[in-house]
Design a binder for this molecule. Structure first.
Ligand code: GLU
Length: 496
């Protein structure tokens, strides 16, 4: 059997460091076993997927050196490798039709309103929220006639009602088990005729000859559906292996609020692909001799699927920086100089619109750019105390600003753009600068501190270490949320 493995990212947003992580494990497994590594683009969510994002995935994987043997932009015998192109070929509908004909799936005519009411009733009754299978009772011939007459519907899988599911994932001590009663009648084909991830992924893994699906454990709960689909469609299922999710220091799933997750960010920052892969390799795996620094080819030679660490490896940027230093300092001088030029070119491109009015010659650039890229900035305590405030008041404001920005960022859909930040700060000043009717003298004094001039100045100096910068909100946007928040804390610390 020739090993064939794949990664199947969905092209929404920037290419994700998790894709690189799972990609690395699959790439190594393929190399170790003389197999093939395949890239498939799963873009069946038409509202969220973009071509630009798919292009960025191709570019990032190339940048990293995780070359794929088959994929959208390199071709292969089992293509096309983009699911939207496969939808056009009718591939998924054929399988949905097969399941309908076998009595393993049914048409469901419930409207969004029906489903909403059902969920509310379940929530009120303290029942688990899942489809109550009411359309499963419909006569298939009558349902087919309604569909033929153009009535909107989805196709759902008829998951077993009794018994239980068990799967011996080779990385887990205990088999993964579920009772079938807790598994939903998953939608397989949406009302627009497009497949859901579940049907599309199972069909494609089969058609593309995938032998091992090595993916993140967030998909473990979907495994019963996938095994069932394989069985009902008559496929030999690949072996499914679920690896730990990358985690923030607080053990939550890695998120951009707590860590940079975009591969583009690492590239722009000048991280070397060798260092990033080495770092990811150490998260999920280890060198058999305990070596810290190793390259991709070496990892491809020693990789052992059974030794993958599933215990939710913590993504530690400091560790990455340490490895980056090792790789960077070992570069031959020409490559090091090329890396420096690359970094300066990227930074100049990003910052020029902000800085051009403030420069008189090219040599000014490095100094001006510093607060935007430096890991930390130095704060002068004197510059951090706005006129009319004392040190303790300035410190208190900095701490509260930090907390408010954290809270702002934690909300769903929070944007870190100049315009959004400006709107947020206006709202914040209005909210905090007004004492409620009947407020105590202390509360009134607190509110009086929230003057625009003082707050903007604290943000500026806190985020950059400087009293003179390009326009505040553009500056904050460019520096980035995590760094701004961190620096405000450091500034507050300087006033202790
Ligand atoms: N499209 C899924 C994702 O974005 C792929 C999951 C899988 O590997 O089966 O993560």
């Amino acid at each position: 059997m020739t090993v064939r493995v794949r990664i199947a990212p969905s092209p929404t947003g920037d290419p994700h460091v998790g894709t690189a992580y799972i990609g690395l494990l699959n790439w190594c497994f393929a190399r170790r076993h003389g197999g093939r590594f395949i890239l498939r683009i799963e873009d069946t969510d038409r509202t969220r997927c973009t071509e630009a994002s798919a292009q960025a995935i191709y570019r990032s994987l190339k940048w990293l050196g995780l070359s794929y043997d088959e994929g959208p932009d390199v071709g292969g015998e089992r293509g096309p490798y983009v699911q939207s192109e496969r939808v056009a070929l009718g591939i998924y509908r054929r399988y949905a039709d097969q399941l309908l004909a076998q009595g393993d799936a049914y048409r469901c005519f419930c409207t969004a309103g029906d489903l909403d009411a059902m969920r509310k009733a379940q929530a009120a009754a303290g029942q688990p929220i899942m489809y109550d299978r009411r359309c499963r009772q419909l006569d298939p011939a009558a349902a087919a006639a309604r569909a033929a007459a153009g009535e909107a519907h989805v196709v759902r899988m008829k998951s077993p009602l009794e018994g239980s599911f068990s799967y011996p994932d080779r990385l887990r001590r205990q088999p993964f088990t579920k009772t079938w009663a807790e598994i939903d009648d998953q939608v397989l084909l949406k009302a627009d005729g497009w497949p859901t991830y579940h049907l599309a992924a199972v069909a494609d893994d089969h058609l593309m000859g995938i032998t091992h699906v090595i993916r993140a454990e967030e998909w473990l709960n979907s495994l019963p559906k996938h095994i069932w689909l394989n069985q009902r469609l008559g496929f030999t299922a690949p072996e499914y292996v679920h690896v730990g999710l990358l985690r923030n220091a607080d053990k939550s799933k890695i998120s951009k609020r707590k860590n940079p997750t975009s591969l583009l960010w690492y590239e722009r920052q000048g991280f070397l692909p060798e260092a990033l892969l080495n770092f990811l390799g150490l998260l999920g795996h280890s060198h058999p001799e305990g070596k810290e620094q190793f390259g991709l080819a070496e990892m491809g030679a020693f990789f052992d699927l059974d030794r993958i660490n599933v215990a939710g490896p913590v993504f530690d940027l400091a560790k990455l920086r340490h490895l980056q230093g090792l790789w960077f300092r070992a570069l031959p001088p020409e490559r090091m100089i090329a890396e420096i030029h690359r970094a300066v070119d990227i930074q100049a491109g990003e910052l020029l619109p902000l800085l051009r009015e403030r420069m008189t010659c090219g040599g000014d650039f490095m100094g001006q750019a510093e607060p935007f890229y430096a890991q930390t900035v130095a704060h002068h305590p004197d510059e951090l105390v706005p006129k009319g405030l004392d040190r303790a008041q300035a410190r208190g404001l900095l701490e509260q600003l930090q907390a408010e920005l954290r809270k702002y960022l934690a909300a769903d859909g929070a944007q870190w753009t100049a315009a959004a930040l400006e709107a947020f700060l206006r709202e914040l000043l209005a909210r905090r600068g007004q004492a409620a009717p009947g407020a105590t003298a202390e509360q009134q004094a607190q509110a009086a501190l929230w003057q625009q001039k003082a707050v903007y100045m604290l943000l500026r100096v806190g985020a950059t270490g400087r009293a003179n910068t390009p326009p505040l909100f553009e500056t904050l946007e460019r520096i980035g949320a995590l760094r701004v928040i961190e620096r405000l804390g450091a500034a507050a610390g300087r006033l202790k």
